[in-house]
Design a protein around this ligand. Structure first.
Ligand code: UDP
Length: 358
């Protein structure tokens, strides 16, 4: 079986690391993967570093498509992915998550009647203003295999009338967390480089459009972090988009008390996550990693797709109001140890390959 995998953004490289490894393990059975990078994320520290560190094969194609409006970016990708599909004629197209690269890949394949496999199917925020929500819903609709990370995701698809091809395999990010958690602890030197004591610092990330494209929300978040940083170190690996907008909005002064870094390589990020006292984030992946490593998480959003992390007490949704963020931090309690594992057994990638080759 020949798979064509479309990736383009940081979280997709990380997810692809797990599945790509499982595909390579089946090479002797005729399993073959062609990787296509759309170019959506292109900075060295948002892209290549993940290929190197996570042993992901170099993409055969790089479309170098990034920037522009959502429509323009998705449209250019759609046209270019179609060309590659016509050339490669894969048996299946594999996409991850909810970016413009996901939607462009899925749509191009569906129109050529190439079956689509969607990893991380069924997630919903029920907020159609999120570009990711539009991408998820449309990708699910044209997919033949819908690999769900949680039973909530399966239920979402059932509620939309989709059951064919739907399967609960668990979350490939959990596979990744199990694979790299120890390696990160042993190999990463980030704690000493940043001089932050384990358990006594805050880790924060912020890049969702609802926060970065809204000056009020972004300034409230940064102001709250700056106040926390007066007594507790706050490490903020800054996404390039957030970096640009902080400067465009004239908010750079709010960063002065924070330990701002470039986007970090994965093992450094995982080492910081495991050692943090608490994580503030609007990232989907980081919310879950906080849960995997049992670190309390305060989510800077009004809703989440990863409802289990909230239900089990490890995640609080606080939105982006200054007072609410500080109140959540002030009232932080160690949650009950969660014994249930809502994101599978760490074998999602193997289950995906098993089902694709059945
Ligand atoms: N991540 C990383 N370096 C960073 C910030 C995040 O390696 O500086 C990782 C993080 O550990 C997680 C993934 O990137 O695995 C999450 O990606 P992102 O927050 O960009 O996207 P989302 O999950 O919100 O779609």
């Amino acid at each position: 079986m020949k798979l064509l995998t479309v990736v383009g953004a940081r979280p997709q490289f990380i997810k692809a690391a797990a599945v790509s490894r499982a595909i390579r393990a089946q090479a002797h059975l005729g399993m073959q993967e062609v990787l296509l990078h759309t170019g959506q994320h292109y900075d060295e520290n948002m892209s290549q570093v993940f290929f190197d560190e996570l042993d992901i094969p170099q993409p055969k194609y790089n479309l170098a498509i990034s920037g522009g409006t959502h429509g323009a970016m998705t449209g250019r990708m759609l046209e270019a992915v179609e060309q590659v599909l016509l050339q490669e004629r894969p048996d299946c197209l594999l996409v991850y998550g909810d970016t413009n690269s996901t939607l462009a890949g899925a749509l191009a394949a569906a129109k050529l009647h190439i079956p689509v496999a969607h990893v991380e199917a069924g997630l919903r925020s029920f907020n159609m203003r999120m570009p990711e929500e539009v991408n998820r819903i449309l990708t699910d609709r044209v997919s033949s295999w819908l690999f769900c990370p949680s039973s909530a995701a399966v239920a979402n698809l059932h509620a939309e009338g989709m059951s064919q091809g739907v399967s609960l395999v668990g979350d490939v990010m959990y596979d990744v967390a199990l694979y790299y958690r120890e390696r990160a602890r042993q190999q990463s030197t980030v704690l000493s480089r940043l001089n932050v004591p384990p358990g006594q610092f805050v880790l924060a990330t912020c890049h969702r459009a609802e926060n970065t494209d809204d000056r009020m929300r972004l300034s409230a978040i940064l102001k709250a972090l700056a106040e926390i940083a007066v007594h507790t170190p706050v490490v903020l690996p800054l996404h390039p988009r957030t970096h640009k907008l902080v400067h465009d909005y004239g908010l750079a002064a709010l960063l002065t008390g924070l330990q701002v870094t470039e986007p970090l390589p994965f093992l450094d990020m995982v080492a910081l996550e495991q050692a943090a006292q608490v994580i503030f984030t609007d990232s989907g992946g980081v919310q879950k990693e906080a849960f995997f490593y049992r670190v309390p998480c305060i989510t800077l959003r009004d809703e989440t797709e990863w409802v289990e992390t909230v239900e089990l007490g490890w995640n609080q949704l606080v939105g982006a109001q200054h007072e609410a963020i500080l109140a959540a931090y002030g009232g932080l309690k160690q949650p009950e140890p969660a014994v249930v594992q809502p994101y599978g057994a760490g074998d999602a990638a193997q289950q995906i390959i098993r089902q694709l080759t059945r």
